[in-house]
Design a protein around this ligand. Structure first.
Ligand SMILES: Cc1cc2nc3c(=O)[nH]c(=O)nc-3n(C[C@H](O)[C@H](O)[C@H](O)COP(=O)(O)OP(=O)(O)OC[C@H]3O[C@@H](n4cnc5c(N)ncnc54)[C@H](O)[C@@H]3O)c2cc1C
Length: 487
């Protein structure tokens, strides 16, 4: 299957426009809106029968801050300096981080929140202070990542940055996408649904000047005079690509996305000369909370050893579990704190006992291993510290109320949700880069088609993907429009 068509092989275009946005999820809608606002004629091509994509399935938690705080943070008396926001993001992604992209995001994220409100996305000025993945209280601001966990709390001042549409709970994505798609229609973007993008059209200079789509059971060639923006989501639904890039996770995880997450955008970008980076990185959601009380439990591996501070965000735990032998791990917990995790109703209790020794024996862990781990943990917890993994004292309490239980959080048993974080290498303005980091003229990408701000599951926080997709979708639209003006 050829993903590139030479311009010289196109006898005539079926339609022509200034710019084409491929994919009408969060990134695509935002890119289209910015280009229309700049006066370009814009066509948006969506393979499904309606726009929305994974963004519509999401809770639309958006990770935003900096500039002293978003207006929502500031209204709640929360300050978030650009330095602090940057320190946190750089700590999250380490050598995977793209400093230029982080800087652009830090500088513009607070204004992005204002833009979202100006589009009509509703937010409530209230803070949820508990520990949950998505606040179900209607509040619009919460902690969503590892801000209060070690080592991050020592590297940056903890600040809540998860922005949620008011009163939407898990349905925030519907609120966002219904609003944005309404704006897209009002703005006069030509939306074509049931149009699957199958190839890019490139001229002799390598410039991308159009796309081929399949619609009404035939192929059409569409011209984009100033460029094409790929916003086609990630590749978690592509069996071949996931087996190739995240084989261990693909074998055990539940694929978290919409059917369009086939990696079409990444494959098209690579065919045009782009470079796909960090393709082995993924979000793995081992949701050991809510309820928050489960944070008092401890995780052990097949050697009966702890390996993580249990107060981390669920994707950092997922990354830590995936590094253990055979990706196996168990939560040890006592009767005082025992509960079933809300998001994993299929967890299996592998052992119960009146003593730690009984649990250890029933689970088949090496003799003495769990007993020693629990004794060490309890001794330190009584003294209010965790010298091994620095779990915050809020969540430290000795586990000494029998009966005790060992609950299986091994990935093959839990089948946690997973989506991909690798994608096309781009500049902050969305320009797709070759392996030599040269710009491929006329080609842009944003959202999970690109490698964005979130680049590892270890550093991920709820809200980083939708914030990244919508923010950098806008940047790609703005950049394409600026280049069109100067041309
Ligand atoms: C249930 C769920 C909850 C989530 N919650 C959150 C959250 O609260 N916060 C957060 O930050 N992240 C969340 N995520 C992740 C986040 O939603 C996505 O990573 C992000 O929205 C992706 O945005 P996008 O614009 O890149 O892609 P999408 O929104 O998926 O848009 C891509 C579009 O491209 C279309 N498409 C694909 N291939 C083609 C083709 N060849 N031709 C034409 N069209 C095509 C698709 O149909 C789709 O409409 C969640 C994910 C899921 C599944």
């Amino acid at each position: 299957m050829s993903r590139i068509i030479r311009r010289g092989d196109v006898a005539a275009f079926d339609a022509s426009t200034d710019a084409i946005v491929c994919g009408l999820g969060g990134a695509g809608a935002c890119a289209a809106l910015e280009m229309r606002a700049a006066g370009l004629d814009v066509m948006a091509l969506e393979g499904a029968s309606a726009g929305g994509g994974s963004t519509r399935l999401s809770a639309c938690e958006m990770y935003l801050g900096g500039s002293g705080g978003t207006s929502l943070q500031r209204d709640l008396g929360i300050e978030d300096s650009p330095e602090n926001f940057r320190r946190y993001l750089m700590a999250c992604f380490g050598e995977f981080a793209d400093p230029a992209r982080v800087d652009a995001f830090v500088a513009g994220a607070a204004a992005h929140f204002d833009w979202m409100e100006s589009q009509g996305v509703p937010y409530r000025r209230s803070l949820f202070t508990g520990r949950d993945v998505v606040a179900l209280t209607g509040d619009s601001l919460q902690y969503t990542g590892n801000e209060r966990a070690w080592p991050f709390r020592d590297l940056a001042t903890p600040v809540p940055r998860g922005h949620l549409p008011a009163d939407a709970g898990h349905d925030g994505g519907k609120v966002l996408m219904d609003t944005l798609l309404q704006r897209v229609e009002e703005a006069g973007v030509e939306v074509r649904c049931d149009h699957r993008v199958t190839a890019l059209i490139q001229d002799d200079s390598g410039r991308v000047c159009g796309v081929q789509v399949k619609a009404d059971n035939r192929l059409h060639c569409l011209e984009a005079r100033h460029g094409v923006i790929l916003c086609l989501g990630g590749f978690i639904m592509n069996e071949r690509l996931t087996r190739q890039h995240i084989p261990d996770l693909a074998a055990v995880c539940t694929r978290h996305g919409n059917p369009g997450d086939r990696g079409d955008g990444i494959l098209l970008g690579v065919a045009a000369g782009g470079n796909a980076i960090h393709m082995g990185q993924a979000f793995v959601g081992v949701a050991h909370y809510p309820p928050a009380q489960l944070t008092y439990g401890i995780f052990v591996n097949a050697q009966g050893q702890r390996f993580v501070n249990e107060d981390v965000y669920l994707a950092r735990l997922g990354a830590a579990v995936s590094r253990q032998t055979d990706m196996r791990a168990w939560m040890f917990i006592d009767n005082r704190y025992f509960a079933r995790p809300d998001y994993h109703d299929t967890t299996v209790i592998v052992a119960v006992g009146e003593t730690v020794a009984e649990v250890e024996a029933e689970a088949g862990l090496p003799e003495g291993s769990l007993q020693q781990t629990v004794a060490t943990y309890n001794r330190h917890a009584r003294a209010g510290h965790d010298p091994l993994f620095h779990k915050a004292d809020t969540w430290l309490a000795p586990l000494e109320s029998p009966p005790y239980a060992l609950v299986d959080y091994s990935l093959a048993q839990l089948r946690p949700t997973c989506f991909t974080l690798g994608g096309l290498d781009t500049l902050p303005g969305g320009e797709v880069l070759s392996p030599d980091r040269e710009v491929i003229p006329g080609l842009f990408a944003a959202g999970r088609t690109a490698a964005g701000i979130p680049r590892t599951g270890e550093g991920y926080a709820s809200g980083m993907s939708v914030a990244d997709a919508t923010f950098f979708g806008r940047q790609a639209g703005l950049r394409l429009a600026a280049l069109a003006r100067s041309a």
